[in-house]
Design a protein around this ligand. Structure first.
Ligand code: GLY
Length: 364
């Protein structure tokens, strides 16, 4: 089992990565002297697939356990579902001395983390991500939240977990669509970190698709170490952390405009293509590098299909995005791998041009 320490000044915590390490959950809770009043929020799909493992854990656990099965979807990342969690917590008499354990993908981790950040003025929680996307990105860094109306993640809080446990065995039952989502977020890290990681991913893309255990674990570790360093320097996203939103301003709006028919990680790939195009159009990124870099999002061409889209509507959704101040959209753009520029504003016509050109790559 590997351990990466996330060294946020206000709170350090470990991320454990390994195959078949779910059984260590109890031991880590014990060693870290966390509350033994467990409230487990588990994606129902994961529960159905791993019922035996979860049952074995709960029958061996020496404290109290309540299991809340959650139907993870963007629509259910809502205050109505959040209210059900609060109701359950109150009904079973849990208070400040309780521990939420989130088992599932990013949606489950986000709503569970937000429940933990607000219930009884904040309780401890643990992340057990079961999707590749949650493992490489959303389970680390303490962003928690829910959607409201049509706006993604607009209600939320920063609340760091006590630890993160990534058991790569969970990844083995992921449908291809989910693996694509995770790879999408890994590709984002390729643009943020260094050329070596970019080339490594480009040359070993198939290994990620096949979930080659050694390569996938290595990719997860690289992303988490990179993210951990960024978040340690800027937990609350006042500057540096904004780079982690590369492609996301586009992606969030595309997801909404497409009525969530494509998933977050897929939208991130399309968003990365848009961000590269806008970086080129604004003169930040050379033609030569643009052509090289686009190769990676282009590798998803047969794996992501968009419906007919309305660029104006996507633009309007972006304007409403919480990261835009004074109604102006701020983009994260790229000069070259590892050299990001944040808070870039762009002309509406340019944005529309980039949407039209980049989204067309994914229309069949
Ligand atoms: N996924 C972006 C962040 O955690 O800041």
């Amino acid at each position: 089992m590997k351990k990466i320490d996330i060294r946020i000044p206000a709170k350090e915590y470990p991320v454990f990565i390994g195959a078949n390490i779910f059984d260590s959950l109890e031991k880590i809770i014990r060693i870290k002297k966390l509350s033994r009043n467990l409230f487990m929020i588990i994606d129902r799909k994961v529960m159905n697939l791993y019922r035996d493992d979860i049952k074995r854990f709960s029958s061996n656990f020496s404290g109290k356990i309540f299991i809340n099965e959650f139907d993870a979807s963007e629509a259910n990342k809502s205050y109505l579902e959040l209210a059900k969690i609060y109701n359950d917590l109150i009904a079973i008499g849990y208070g400040r001395d309780s521990l939420i354990v989130a088992i599932g993908g990013g949606i489950t981790g986000d709503i569970a983390g937000f429940a933990a950040s607000t219930f009884a003025r904040g309780i401890q929680f643990v992340q057990v991500p079961t999707t590749l996307l949650a493992a490489v990105d959303s389970s680390v860094g303490g962003k928690t939240g829910i959607n409201f109306g049509e706006t993604k993640n607009i209600i939320g809080a920063f609340h760091q977990p006590e630890f993160v446990l990534i058991d790569t065995e969970f990844l083995k039952t992921l449908p291809e669509e989910e693996i694509i989502c995770g790879i999408g977020e890994i590709v984002k890290y390729a643009f943020l970190s260094d050329k070596k990681f970019f080339e490594l991913l480009k040359n070993n893309f198939h290994k990620l698709l096949e979930l080659d255990s050694t390569f996938t674990t290595r990719a997860i570790e690289t992303c988490i170490k990179f993210k951990g360093d960024v978040v340690a320097k800027d937990e609350k996203e006042s500057g540096l952390r904004k780079i982690l939103n590369l492609g996301h301003t586009f992606a969030h709006a595309i997801e909404v405009e497409q009525n969530y028919l494509i998933k977050h990680g897929q939208a991130v790939v399309v968003g990365l293509a848009c961000a590269l195009e806008l970086s080129r159009r604004t003169g930040l990124l050379s033609e030569k590098l643009f052509t090289q870099y686009l190769q990676l999002p282009f590798m998803f061409k047969d794996k992501i299909t968009l419906n007919a889209f309305d660029p104006l509507q996507i633009y309007e959704i972006m304007k409403r995005d919480k990261k835009g101040r004074e109604n102006r959209i701020k983009f994260v753009l790229l000069k070259e791998i590892g050299r990001l520029i944040v808070d870039v504003e762009a002309e509406k016509d340019e944005v529309i041009y980039c949407l039209n050109k980049s989204l067309a790559l994914f229309i069949k």
